[in-house]
Design a binder for this molecule. Structure first.
Ligand code: TRP
Length: 329
């Protein structure tokens, strides 16, 4: 089992980011050989702020290290392993315009302004295919929204193998994690927790200190009712549902078991317990993150180490792809 996955770099990481990809990656490390990277090349598909890209890459890497990505896996930034971009170019000869035109993410992001969209935005899924195929990934943990891109990677691999009569690329399977719940704003249960929400009370930042975490859960929007004895009965109570979902995700429990524990009790009981739980999980991560903020060189060195290992694994596949298409390199 070879696991490969990438994550878009963003700054100001919060609880939603942690319970999404990050926690899942940390857990994957026990299940196979893992390569995890920061998709900094993919960031060039949109408007680029060089300072922000550079900062968010380091911040994301620091957060992943603080959260527990360790020597069991290979962590690097995509731009540092040129094989990704090189294989992408080769696969650009295999991918079809029609396939890419049907990608929902392209249609959503380009909107009505296709003429004004970058070529990179259109090509985004081919780079993503190269990301996984260059390591002959067998499993790719992603969110539901990336399922279509993984299907495309399989189509590209199949056509390449067929066109050049090789058995080079195995077809990667998407691992769509059910364990990654949608975490909503603490102030509005119908909006996703987001770094761009103007209210800082709407999210728990991974940099928040213990008192701030506790205060944010204390002030979180809830409702005056007690908790029912079934999770399904929380339908129509988005804030209550969100708090239970967060509790469950942080404690690796089923939401149903959390509801049962608090059945008949109000948020006066759930909120302090949730705050304590959040502090116990996020506190140590924040402390490590703070230490790393003072040591950017350490983060850079970790990325360099990961990139060297990744390049070694990618080289034979890239070489084989070059040979397959007749490149004399
Ligand atoms: N497109 C992915 C996302 O937005 C990030 C990504 C880039 C990725 N390359 C990848 C995920 C390769 C898995 C494998 O989340």
């Amino acid at each position: 089992m070879r696991v490969v996955s990438g994550i878009q770099t963003t700054g100001n990481l919060h609880l939603g980011n942690y319970l999404g990809a990050i926690k899942n990656w940390v857990a994957m490390q026990d299940q196979g050989e893992c390569l995890f990277f920061l998709a900094d090349l993919h960031a060039l598909t949109g408007t680029v702020s060089p300072q922000e890209l550079a900062n968010s890459t380091i911040e994301m890497a620091a957060t992943l290290l603080a959260a527990g990505i360790d020597d069991r896996s290979i962590l690097f930034n995509q731009a540092r392993v040129p094989a990704h971009a090189e294989l992408c170019w080769i696969l650009n000869g295999t991918a079809r315009m029609g396939w890419l035109s049907r990608m929902t993410q392209w249609k959503d992001k380009a909107g009505k302004n296709r003429e004004g969209a970058s070529v990179a935005l259109f090509d985004y899924p081919v780079l993503q295919a190269a990301d996984v195929l260059v390591y002959k990934a067998t499993h790719v943990p992603v969110g539901e929204d990336q399922r279509q891109h993984l299907e495309l990677a399989r189509d590209i691999a199949t056509k390449f193998n067929l066109d050049f009569n090789v058995d080079l690329f195995p077809l990667p399977d998407a691992l769509i994690s059910k364990a990654a719940p949608r975490i909503m704003s603490l102030r509005d249960g119908s909006a996703k927790m987001s770094k761009s929400d103007p209210s800082d009370l709407s999210r728990v930042n991974l940099s928040d200190d213990d008192d701030t975490i506790a205060a944010k859960f204390r002030k979180a929007k809830s409702d005056p009712d007690v908790l029912p004895d079934s999770f399904d009965a929380l339908e129509g109570r988005p804030e209550a549902k969100n708090l239970v979902t967060i509790f469950a995700a942080l404690s690796d429990r089923e939401p149903q078991s959390v509801v049962e524990e608090f059945a008949g009790k109000g948020f006066g009981a759930l909120k302090p317990a949730l705050a304590d739980l959040a502090i116990s999980v996020l506190g140590p991560i924040r402390d490590r993150l703070v230490r790393m903020h003072n040591d950017r060189a350490h983060v850079g060195a970790e990325l360099a180490k990961g990139a060297a290992k990744a390049q070694t694994l990618a080289a034979p596949t890239l070489r084989a792809a070059q040979e397959a298409v007749g490149l004399q390199v």
